[in-house]
Write a protein that binds this ligand. Sequence first.
Ligand code: ADP
Ligand code: MG
Length: 446
Amino acid sequence: LWEKIIKILKYQIDEVEFNTYIKPLNVHEYKDNTLYVWVESTFMKEKVEQRYKLNMMEIINDILMMEASQRINIIFELKQAAEEKFENYISVMDTQKKLINNLNQRYRFENFVVGKGNELANAACIAISQNPGIVYNPLLIYGGSGLGKTHLMHAVGNAILDKDPNKKVLYCTSENFNNEFINSLRAGQFANVQNFRDKFRTLDVLLIDDIQFFEKVFGQGTGSVEEEFFHTFNTLQELGKQIIMSSDRLPREIRNLSKRIESRFDSGLSVDVQKPDYETRLAILKNIADSKSVIISDEVLEFISSSISSNIRELEGALTRVIARSTLLRKAITLQLVQEDLADLLKKQQSKITANKIITTVSGYYSIPLDEMKGKKRQQEITNARQIAMFLLKDQLDLNLTTIGGLFGGRDHSTVISSIRKIETRMKEEIVFKKEIDNIKQKIVE
Ligand code: ADP
Ligand code: MG
């Protein structure tokens, strides 16, 4: 019976996996409808149970359907006498390495549409994928949400692995990094921290997404996550390993970064991704339609491209929704159907911006409580946030000055106008400040 199982498995799985996991197994007993199998190490036991046990049982039951009609279980046991053979372990680790990568296979350069807003980021990523660790290290991709940062990072990883499957590439968000590190500490064993370090500091390519999250955890308590990231970063950089980071803003706009971390983040190349222009949006939609093999008239694609401009994720979402609706209702995708379908979405998008939304976004962005935004205090930070909120209320909603003053505890219109002027002047003079305001604007519509 065992031999039959092995024979069938051999056809089903990859040869390397077969030799690593299945070949070393040994049946030593069969009783009470249970097959007892010896494995050589706990590591192997875990892997075999996870990957092949179910499969084996299915095969057994298939075979037995023909020969008898009993259900059979398999138990893997650690062979007492068997020592963990070090070489064996290493070879398993090697196969593991090739098997594990957590990249999204769909995010590739081939399906990334290049336009004005992302051509620099795209070019930098392609250069890196050809020469990881050598050009532009670290690379920081920054820009608003839904503009392709994550897509590009995975594309680099996939391209590097296509060329050399032995490269160790890891994608993680800064939140993953934080949580994993905290967990390794919580488990309370040095070995766990050591595992964590082995994992991150032996990489060839680290793709770390959304580093703005770090502002929530850096500079707090013991600061150990920051310390850990700093050392991970340095180790990889010293070894000439590639680091790619993404963020929704520039490092200097991320709060709670120490100077040393900020200067590390800035030490390579920073490229931004910006909102796609109309042509790019249209090309992206055409791409999606092609990839799903649906035929959609230009008229419809043009309508969607002109209606949704700020975010590629939403653009994709709108098209997906249109396609789903036409499939489900068995209706052709006509301009009228799409107009109806998107009307809701568009209305929501427009009405999303409210005075309240603007004030709470600014308050959240600078961590100034709402009552202080509206109150009388004149500390620099509070005044600054208040003036920005006033400016945005004028800029985004075109509210009149008295109304704006009313939202801030009845300030008179001359105060409001001088606040707005101040912000306008700073935006003209300080590029960084203008970027900051753009970020807030982006957040308001998110
Ligand atoms: P971000 O990480 O900047 O928030 P994502 O990379 O998650 O944005 O992109 C959102 C969605 O839009 C993804 O499904 C991605 O594949 C798609 N996308 C973004 N930019 C492009 C592009 N230039 N061409 C094709 N698809 C894109
Ligand atoms: Mg992303």
